[in-house]
Design a protein around this ligand. Structure first.
Ligand code: ATR
Length: 283
């Protein structure tokens, strides 16, 4: 679609942003859905965050995504934030509503939505989270909010998993949270229903690394990997070979991106069309 005087502008602010797939995701989706909008990525340093927000307001840019390192610092420049952004203390999506900037967070919600669309129930399931970085925290906390009752977090650095477990226990006292390291005993995780790798283990170029051997899991465990390069990580490949269902990182990435778009446009957007297009491309 041609750019004209009615074209809406959405963007990403962060640093660095040169490898971000967000412009590809949104411009493809806008084009396919006949939406007169474009998406740009802006490299914004910490010291320019405030002035860039003023610029966004002054120009009437319709909405934007926020990535590292601004997800927390952005909050003080926003007019309001929604419940999940408040819960996570971080914002990855901002909507400009008549000059007021409202913050949202789709980081954990994207994963929940993938599960919902695949009809995977999370209530009463034993969740195994591998990793304790930003993505692991967002997904774990939103899972807790959604009503899981058991989660175990394994991480190379134990202190970081303890921090997330303590946060979950404080905010959701009904959730049973435990932690451990990546060399956790087989018996300890043999009741896993849903395993989620939120570490970078297995990411290109270290494609032969495994966060945990999937042979440990029962034969109905669903194995998920946040890594999307390669599309089929070794963690997912080995899981599939032993007959486990898997969910790849591309689904999660595109879901959280398109959820931002749904917030901006206030309508449902086809996520599978974007996923299928990406699967055909070389990432
Ligand atoms: P993100 O925002 O994507 O979650 P992050 O906050 O940097 O990124 O978190 C990276 C996660 O991958 C952490 O859990 C990290 O473990 P540590 O907390 O011990 O650093 C994990 N990770 C990265 N490289 C790893 C490796 N080679 N072995 C084990 N864990 C690794």
């Amino acid at each position: 679609m041609q750019i004209d005087s009615n074209t809406k502008l959405y963007c990403l602010i962060g640093h660095p942003i040169s490898k971000s797939l967000s412009p590809d995701i949104h411009n493809y989706s806008f084009e396919q859905n006949n939406i007169n909008a474009k998406y740009m990525a802006f490299d914004v340093l910490e010291e320019n965050l405030e002035s860039s927000i003023k610029g966004i307001k002054a120009l009437g840019i319709n909405g934007f995504n926020v990535t590292i390192p601004h997800k927390v610092n952005i909050i003080k420049y926003l007019d309001d934030i929604d419940e999940e952004a408040k819960l996570l203390g971080a914002v990855n999506t901002v909507k400009n509503v008549n000059g007021k900037l409202i913050g949202f967070n789709t980081d954990g919600r994207g994963f929940i939505q993938v599960l919902k669309d695949k009809n995977i129930k999370i209530k009463d399931k034993n969740i195994l989270m591998i990793g304790a970085g930003g993505a692991a925290r967002a997904i774990s906390i939103i899972l807790a909010k959604e009503g899981i009752n058991k989660i175990k977090i394994l991480n190379r650095t134990k202190e970081k998993s303890i921090e997330i477990i303590n946060e979950i226990k404080e905010k959701f006292p009904n959730v049973i949270g435990t932690y451990g390291t990546l060399s956790e005993n087989r018996e300890e995780i043999s009741d896993t229903d849903i395993a989620i790798n939120c570490t970078s283990i297995g990411m290109y170029p270290d494609v032969n690394c495994l966060p945990i051997d999937p042979n440990i899991f029962p034969n109905d465990t669903i194995v998920c990997d946040i890594v999307y390069k390669p599309l089929l990580t070794k963690f997912l490949k080995v899981s599939q070979e032993i007959g486990l269902d898997t969910i790849g990182g591309l689904d999660m990435l595109i879901y959280q991106g398109i959820l931002s778009e749904e917030i901006w446009l206030e309508k449902n957007v086809d996520k599978n069309m974007v996923i299928n297009w990406f699967k055909k491309r070389k990432l």
